[in-house]
Design a protein around this ligand. Sequence first.
Ligand SMILES: [Zn+2]
Ligand SMILES: [Zn+2]
Length: 258
Amino acid sequence: MTLDMVCNFRKCRKSLSNQAWVTTCSHAFCIEHGKTEFKRNIDNTLTCPACGNELRDKFDVIQADLRPSETFKSIVLAGMKPDTIMDVAMRAMSFWSYQVEQETLYQESLAKHTREKVQCLEEINTLNTQKLKAELETCKRKISTLQTEFNKKRKHAEELAASLEDKTRKIQKLTFQLEAQKRKDIRVDNFERSSSNQEQCMDISDLVGNRATSEDFVFRPAKDTEDSHRMPTPKTPMFDFRNRKKPQSHFTFRPLPH
Ligand SMILES: [Zn+2]
Ligand SMILES: [Zn+2]
């Protein structure tokens, strides 16, 4: 299987499989570019858009059928002498060889350009890889340093927590001892106050037993009259509270406002 030619117009490279414009300078073009580039002007001069050669003769550029019919194949060289037939065939093969050579050069150039681009990308990739490796090593060192610092801080925090726990236990122990001492002091104080009250009670008893006689306390009526020693009557009570002033209260009770 042979590959198709491609249009030789700049950056076109359209595949030529059925129809093409071909020139005696061995260039081929697609139908679109052939129509635009090979319009005969007044001077009847044309120029190949690929190589710049002048195409003066009417057979310097023709529209060729790349898939000729069997009839055309039978008749196109019919009647010619063998050397002419071979000459025509050799020129056609030369045209094809030139196209293959041009395509090979183009592909080699494209491959070279691609290799150079790949090589450039590989160099960039190598540089980026080295840069990333260096950054990675730096990050590893930073992580190691931070890990060491973190371990130190954690150890210090654990020591502080242990110290806090120990001090908390001491505070609880001292608080317990303080509460116990307070309860002990309260019991001693109550005991001393109780003892003092008993002594006072004993003094009062002594006072009552030794000093208080029936003559020290005399109950007298409100009116010391001659009738006071008589039995009281309903009209004349033993004690007169009528003129007694009612003690004034220090508190006044009022209803709550709504
Ligand atoms: Zn083209
Ligand atoms: Zn040309």
